[in-house]
Write a protein that binds this ligand. Structure first.
Ligand code: URA
Ligand code: SF4
Length: 215
């Protein structure tokens, strides 16, 4: 049941479209009010790619460009992701790409909308959609890009990226791998760190490629 403030008019619809309700079971992303992030975003950003797909990549949440385009990983992080996928011999058309959280969370700094890390309760609210995508896409292998994605995929708010980067975790019929988020690589403090992180991403994606191809 949706709680309504006492002063709401009795004749309004039983579930007000402007109420956030973590127990809502929406049929479409556009109707989702499971957390507050829908309020300040342009639109929800669903995953993209064919289904079924043997490999699914999970990011954190849409960025500024994705919020405007309604598509995942189309901005600078997406360009880096495309480059590392190519270096690992994986075409974007072979994978389903999505995010743990489907609405852009941001704060205004000057004139720019700066990314804000989603809260655990928002990741948990949005797992409703990630589970639906997993059921639809039926991947063999999931690569979590960054800690937020890893925690969402493993349903473990304490999972640590460092502990998973060289490991394959079998969970619920999936092989789960983890690597850096592409934005981490873009923000790396110096060219050496950047190159190291990028090479680690390529390495994990190669392992994912081998696993999804069954060798
Ligand atoms: N960062 C993400 O995690 N996902 C996107 O779609 C874009 C940037
Ligand atoms: Fe729903 Fe996810 Fe958007 Fe929150 S971020 S409103 S759970 S789609």
């Amino acid at each position: 049941m949706t709680k309504r403030p006492a002063h709401s008019p009795a004749h309004s619809a039983p579930s007000g479209a402007d109420d956030t309700d973590p127990h809502q079971q929406p049929g479409s992303l556009a109707d989702c009010r499971r957390c507050d992030l829908w309020r300040n975003a342009t639109q929800p950003v669903p995953g993209a790619g064919g289904a079924p797909a043997r490999l699914m990549l999970v990011g954190e949440q849409p960025g500024d460009k994705e919020d405007q385009a309604g598509l995942p990983f189309v901005g600078p992080a997406g360009q880096l992701l495309d480059a590392v996928l190519e270096a690992a011999g994986i075409g974007r058309e072979m994978v389903y790409v999505t995010n743990a959280v489907k609405h852009f969370k941001w704060e205004l700094r000057g004139k720019r909308r700066l990314h804000k890390t989603p809260a655990q309760r928002e990741v948990e609210a949005c797992a409703y959609w990630l589970e639906r995508e997993l059921a639809h896409v039926k991947p063999k292998v999931v690569v979590a890009l960054g800690a937020t994605a890893l925690r969402a995929v493993l349903h473990d708010p304490h999972a640590r990226l460092n502990a998973h980067m060289e490991r394959t975790t079998h969970a619920g019929g999936l092989a789960v791998l983890a690597t850096w988020h592409p934005s981490y690589v873009l923000r790396a403090p110096d060219p050496d760190a950047r190159e190291r992180a990028r090479a680690q991403m390529v390495e994990v994606l190669r392992r994912a490629h081998a696993l999804m191809s069954g060798h």
